[in-house]
Design a binder for this molecule. Sequence first.
Ligand code: NAD
Ligand code: DAU
Length: 340
Amino acid sequence: MKLLVTGGAGFIGSNFVRYMVRKYPEYQIVNVDLMTYAGNLENLKEVEKAPNYKFVQGDIADREFVNGLFEEEKFDFVLNFAAESHVDRSITNPDVFVRTNVQGTQVLLDAAKNIGVKKYLQVSTDEVYGTLGETGYFTEKTPLEPNSPYSASKAGADLLVRAYHETFGLPVNITRCSNNYGPFHFPEKLIPLIIINALNDKELPVYGDGLNVRDWLHVEDHCQAIDLVLHNGRNGEVYNVGGNNERTNIEIVKTILKHLNKPESLIKFVKDRPGHDRRYAIDATKLRTELGWNPKYNFDTGIEQTVNWYLNNQDWWENIISGEYQQYFQKQYGDRLEVE
Ligand code: NAD
Ligand code: DAU
């Protein structure tokens, strides 16, 4: 089996590549990543020399590149993780979100259709459902009501994936997961940002009143879910993936401070994010009952492991903050690659 993983140098993609390379030595795994600011090959050091793994730098929205790659590699499975993923950036610069998240998905769908893949899996997000009030859960039947340019672009991609199944019979699945956390999480996102700022005794920016709720999912549990859907998901189906770990942002920040033994005086309430979704909560019954998904982390064990990972991997995040990881990238691949 030959798998294409796009965006495999990012947070979730790199966790997934490491998981699959270890678990399926008989599969060939090709990781295509543009290496934007969020891509980091240090995430993949553990597998970079594995015989069943290959990295190719490339842009999923570049049709010529993608078509050429598919013709050459004849993938059985395509897993699209590649995306612009940060809501705040989508507010200041939406264009690149439409290009990568919508156009890039369409280019991949066309290429997958042309060579006739066994499965195309789109890694999506619960944010396509919009926001919840104090009660209720997102199910796979919840209408799509995205509120940010990021989530609108992800919803647009989901609709294209659905359409390629209905119109062309492409075997597809869509997974929609809640907020991931764990090792290799890029420092612009809430949990790593708070850990790193707290370690540096810097202010901890909390948007609005800090009472927005997210449903935290450990990235390894997410990887297991994607593996299950890839192999056993029914064609054309959407599967929600959720941690069942609802927490307000302020609870998250205080939990991290407790683990690090740092004072709450570091917390600073700042201006709210425009269009800030109030609450996400996932009903993952379908994934559990149909495919037997059984997450191994609860939030208490997961956050402890994550904080310890950041404590033990200071070089990793210091390199990102100082931009040194881009030099690592240049050293590894030299003049063949362009780094943003
Ligand atoms: P990330 O930002 O850490 O990584 C994205 C990766 O995609 C990077 O390596 C980047 O270089 C690459 N990329 C960006 N544009 C590209 C392009 N045009 N061509 C090829 N590669 C490109 O993102 P993440 O947090 O790992 O998220 C992965 C996927 O999961 C995304 O599709 C995101 O929407 C989805 N998702 C993330 C979360 C979360 O909590 N992080 C939750 C739900 C869904
Ligand atoms: O729900 C899934 C989504 O989770 C994914 O689709 C996105 O790719 C991923 O980035 C994440 O989106 P969020 O906007 O929920 O994640 P973020 O880490 O940016 O913010 C989490 C919450 O914390 C949110 O309510 C905003 C708040 N926040 C965030 C930052 C960066 C703060 O209060 N302060 C901050 O500095």
